[in-house]
Design a protein around this ligand. Sequence first.
Ligand code: NAD
Length: 343
Amino acid sequence: MTAFVFSEPNFDAHEQVVFACEPKSGLKAIIAVHNTNLGPAMGGCRMWNYRDEAQAVNDVLRLSRGMTYKNAVAGLPIGGGKSVIIGNPKTDKTPALFEALGEALERLGGRYVTAEDVGTHHHDMAHVASKTSYVAGLGASGDPSPYTALGCFVGAQAAVKHHLGRDSMEGLVVALQGLGNVGYDYARRLKQAGARLIVADIDQAALERAQAELGAQVVAVEAIYDVEADIYAPCALGATLNLGTLDRLKARIVAGAANNQLATAEIGELLRQKGVLYAPDFVINAGGIIKVCYEYLDKPENEVEAHVRRIGETLAEVFVRADREQLPTSTVADRLAEARFKR
Ligand code: NAD
């Protein structure tokens, strides 16, 4: 299959797309720099066994563009970019592969800063760092997931206040999908705030822990869309808000960490028509990148939490504008980001 770049729907005026190849290590990577108006592009490096090159191009462009929006709306002094390595993360990883990526990043002179992502680990990033300084989140201060969870929690609070007119989570029912690094911590915060949890995961051990520690009620993976809940919190997969799930959802609020929750853009409008308040994914899940950015730019560690908490204020602004302009919250969040990064 031929991969097209300029005509890709997600190309969207990318400043630069680099195809990096290094035969000795077997590196085949694509580095996409979407926009650097606000600062150097920052976004993780994904390693994935792509079906073909077209799929890799599509993925990197989509993710890179998304990072520009996420970073801009989070008020960070960085632009958006992403990289992908074509290969199987279980069998194809070598130190030389990541060193070769580091050399490719070094040649970009700091226009793009990478970090770990799906299929890569901070141990891999240490090999990248042996060839370049343009790498963030080396694990020095640990996993950024707790900050993503905090952002989700303050985002859910803002949604509850706006849509249900309540300052408290007491007694609210949350249907939470995915008890991983972010989901579990988010669930813990919700429980502490008085919410009741209904959870689903494919990992039995995570479910047992949530039952024992958080008193969560467990449902089958597919049943999470049908439960009676006030909030649906997707913290596992993308595209769970789709034409197949929309009619099943009972929740009045969607507030979760997963990336790319809307299967298509028009789902945003359908949620609005259904009276469901959707906290746009790239706004509510920015806590992790805020943490990583502070670390990379050597900004004061003790200011990270306050910055993450501002996600709640940003969402409140998005919700008010969406009501006023009768637009989906996803569209309003896009416009907010564009007003910041577009020149
Ligand atoms: P994770 O891999 O630690 O957790 C994912 C969890 O989802 C796992 O427990 C897994 O078993 C479960 N899961 C997988 N398939 C499932 C299914 N069909 N139904 C129910 N559960 C299922 O990942 P994470 O770091 O917690 O991230 C969760 C989501 O949030 C991902 O979509 C990720 O892209 C997004 N996100 C994470 C961060 C972060 O800081 N980690 C930041 C932004 C966005």
